[in-house]
Design a binder for this molecule. Structure first.
Ligand code: GLN
Ligand code: ZN
Length: 746
């Protein structure tokens, strides 16, 4: 029934456009500057360019339906008819963007991280009454679009199990209801879609089930067996290729292999490759279940920017070939997570450039490996891949810090703060003027001196504003930073930054992750002169502002020749030097932000404690050189801080500020036992709305019901850089007044 799978493929490809064409098209449409037709034209062009490019690079199996106007999980919700009533509009595109971005006073659907990547998806809502039906024919239409270009493509769908496991129960669902309870009905819609795809000529369809690389219950694995048993039993359907990625299938592998699915995708970069020391081609009993199955072998990483190690990749392919019916060379996951083309980075050191592979280079590697595999005779046994040399564990960093009560006393004498001290998280509004000045500086159109004068003027403005409002611990406002990670990467050895290396974060938003490619060193102090300048402008305590080692690494592409832990420790040592220099410059409070502490968390529970242990250790390495009288603050900004409270406690910061405005009900009960300073955010900075004094006072009163007054700090949820000065001034004035009012009552 099914034809054989093409010899080389990728699981997906970037969609934002090599020059962020989609971003521009979207933003212009949202602002009413262009029509729906223009937006759709841009989409069609991007899809056609992608397929033509992949074909030109020699790839045999071209994926489709990897394009999206916003997010592929949202597309799946729309495809299945899972559109909550409150978002429904006459115009389907208006409905779509209302779910993604909110509209007419209706808040958007929640957004969260796509597994352990820096991509964010829209969380679908599924309730007991969600009426599933095949509501979009986009994947079918793309088959026709490609055929007109003379190309054959393979539609890619988010799998039914992953879709439901990622969905949240719709508001008002009965207790105990889980979206996965609706699997049978959802599978019916997939059946209908598969029949339509087959009728339109699709020979294969790729169904992504990354949720299967995390821990799954027996019941969930039974659901997988049932779903793919049902889809596999359809009379009219394309060949089924179920892709897994971001890890190892574990117990889900035999379950999938026992279904009628013809092809299974394995991530051989993050998942288990051949065992160390295993001879290529040597049979591996773990893979015996793959007999009779096509294996789409993900040997080229879709998560990093490094060239593939050909020997290792070939060894993995030969081992798989011993077991499988047929082996297809592929990427470990979609290339969504890497930039388009390293060829555009002409400014990079040629030696570094030779080590790099972005999406197009990775496609080339897949094609070359497929040719190599085809040319390697059955039974050929190359030498086993060498085992990586063991690396010495980093030396422990000496700590200067006494137990918290001793430090707290030293700091109280040093800082002389009132009860309920008011502070902010660091950044103040990034004005258009500053952004333009930075661009002009990069383009060589503005002198270093002129730029620095602007930064100093901005610091003066921020300090004066905080003094006028009566804030207790002042910040300089971070006007010199484009981004809290990139700024440090630009000032540390061992990092390179790209010009065009944009990666989609969500919707039209992209980030340009720095590349950490060598040993990290701090050639000279980075932030000290700005902190010192702010200090010279006021008698109030000024807080120095740094990004923590885990966050710097989490938001970069990282070298893969050292264990991640050791790389993070190197960055921690650089931050430690900066902490020391800030302290020596007389900065009495130093904040080391770790908003990404959770982001590197392994997907499998068995690996999580070990990770948290070294992540916490890295933070302490960065901060434990501070003297007792220096107050260390940290900031974490996600609403589920309650889930890693023990780790946050382990950071041993003197003051921790956390986002809580949108999740107070969960956070507050959890933090009652927290033993050091804590500033649960008193208002949500994500909204342009200015909180009233009354609202802030209520938030504070609520906080004071669970925490003793001597531990409470008063601060917004996060940095203020996306707000306007008008909003910030009004909001902070109300925060200061509310704090003063509560000081009078406690
Ligand atoms: N200090 C940073 C700021 O205020 C923290 C940002 C963050 O938490 N993501 O912008
Ligand atoms: Zn934050």
């Amino acid at each position: 029934m099914t034809s054989s799978f093409p010899a080389s493929t990728v699981l997906g490809y970037p969609r934002i456009g090599p020059r962020r064409e989609l971003k521009r098209a979207l933003e212009s449409y949202w602002e009413g500057r262009s029509s729906r037709e223009e937006l759709e034209d841009a989409g069609r062009r991007l899809r056609a360019d992608t397929w033509r490019r992949l074909a030109a690079l020699g790839l045999k199996g071209l994926p489709s339906n990897t394009f999206s106007y916003y997010d592929h999980v949202l597309d799946t919700a729309v495809l299945l008819g899972a559109v909550p009533e409150r978002y429904r509009r006459d115009d389907d595109l208006a409905t779509y963007f209302a779910m993604a971005r909110g509209a007419d006073g209706v808040a958007p659907l929640r957004m969260t991280k796509w597994f352990d990547t820096n991509y964010h998806y829209i969380v679908p809502e599924v309730g007991p009454d969600t009426a599933f039906s095949l509501d979009s024919r986009a994947p079918v239409a793309e088959l026709r679009e490609a055929r007109e270009l003379g190309l054959e493509i393979r539609p890619v769908l988010v799998g039914p199990v992953t879709f439901l496991l990622l969905a949240q129960a719709a508001p008002g669902s009965p207790p105990g209801f889980r979206p996965i309870d609706r699997l049978d009905e959802v599978v019916e819609v997939y059946s209908e879609l598969l029949a339509e795809l087959a009728a339109e000529g699709a020979r294969w369809v790729q169904i992504d089930e990354p949720a299967l690389v995390a821990d799954r219950t027996e019941a969930e694995l039974d659901a997988v067996a049932a779903a793919y048993g049902r889809l596999g039993g359809l009379a009219e359907r394309p060949g089924l290729f179920v892709a897994s990625y971001f890890g190892d299938l574990g117990d889900a592998l035999p379950v999938l292999a026992a279904t009628p699915v013809e092809a299974v995708g394995l991530d051989l970069v993050r998942g288990r490759g051949p065992k160390p020391g295993q001879r290529p081609g040597e049979r591996d009993p773990r893979w015996d279940v793959l007999a009779g199955t096509t294996v789409v072998a993900g040997v080229v990483s879709g998560r990093d920017v490094w060239r593939v190690d050909r020997e290792r990749a070939l060894a993995a392919l030969l081992t798989v070939r011993e077991h499988a019916e047929h082996v297809v060379v592929s990427t470990s996951c979609s290339l969504l997570h890497v930039p388009y083309d390293v060829g555009a980075e002409t400014h990079l050191d040629p030696e570094l450039r030779r080590r790099l592979a972005f999406a197009d280079q990775k496609v080339g590697e897949v094609v070359a490996l497929a040719e190599l595999l085809a040319a390697t005779p059955e039974g050929h046994v190359p030498a086993p891949a060498p085992e990586p040399a063991p690396v010495a564990p980093p030396l422990p960093a000496p700590s200067r810090r006494s137990p918290y009560p001793v430090r707290a006393a030293a700091q109280a004498g040093h800082l002389r703060l009132p009860p309920l001290p008011v502070t902010t998280i660091g950044s103040f509004p990034q004005t258009g003027e500053l952004r333009r000045a930075r661009a002009a500086l990069t383009a060589g159109e503005l002198s270093e001196e002129a730029y620095e004068a602007l930064v100093r003027a901005e610091i003066e403005r921020v300090v004066a504003l905080q003094e006028r409002l009566g804030v207790d611990v002042l910040v300089h406002g971070e006007p010199e930073r484009n981004d809290m990670v990139q700024y440090f990467a630009e000032h540390l050895d061992g990092f390179a930054v790209t010009r065009h290396g944009w990666v989609q974060s969500y919707g039209s938003r992209c980030t340009r992750p720095p590349i950490l490619y060598a040993d990290v060193k701090r050639p000279e102090p980075i932030t000290v002169r700005w902190a010192r300048y702010a200090r010279s402008l006021t008698d109030k305590p000024v807080k120095g502002m740094l990004t923590g080692p885990v966050t710097i690494v989490a938001w970069s592409f990282v070298r893969d020749d050292l264990p991640l832990r050791d790389v993070v420790f190197q960055v921690a040592d650089a931050v430690r030097e900066e902490v020391g220099d800030l302290e020596a410059a007389g900065v009495p409070v130093i904040q080391v932000d770790e908003p990404a502490l959770r982001e590197l968390m392994p997907l499998r529970r068995r690996d999580q404690d070990a990770y948290l242990e070294w992540a916490v250790e890295a933070y302490r390495r960065a901060t434990s050189a501070a003297a007792d009288h220096t107050q260390i603050h940290t900031h974490l900004c996600y609403s589920d801080a309650d889930q890693i409270l023990a780790a946050i406690d382990g950071l041993d910061a003197d003051v921790t500020t956390i986002e809580s405005a949108r999740s107070r009900g969960r956070i507050l009960p959890a933090v009652g036992g927290f033993s050091r300073g804590l500033g649960p955010g008193v208002y949500d900075i994500h909204s342009p709305r200015v909180p009233t004094e009354e609202e802030v006072a209520e938030s504070l009163a609520e906080i004071l019901r669970v925490l003793p007054v001597e531990r409470v700090w008063v601060n917004p949820d996060c940095g203020l850089k996306t707000r306007t000065y008008e909003q910030v001034e009004a909001a902070l004035a109300n925060v200061v007044r509310a704090a003063a009012r509560l000081r009078g009552t406690v």
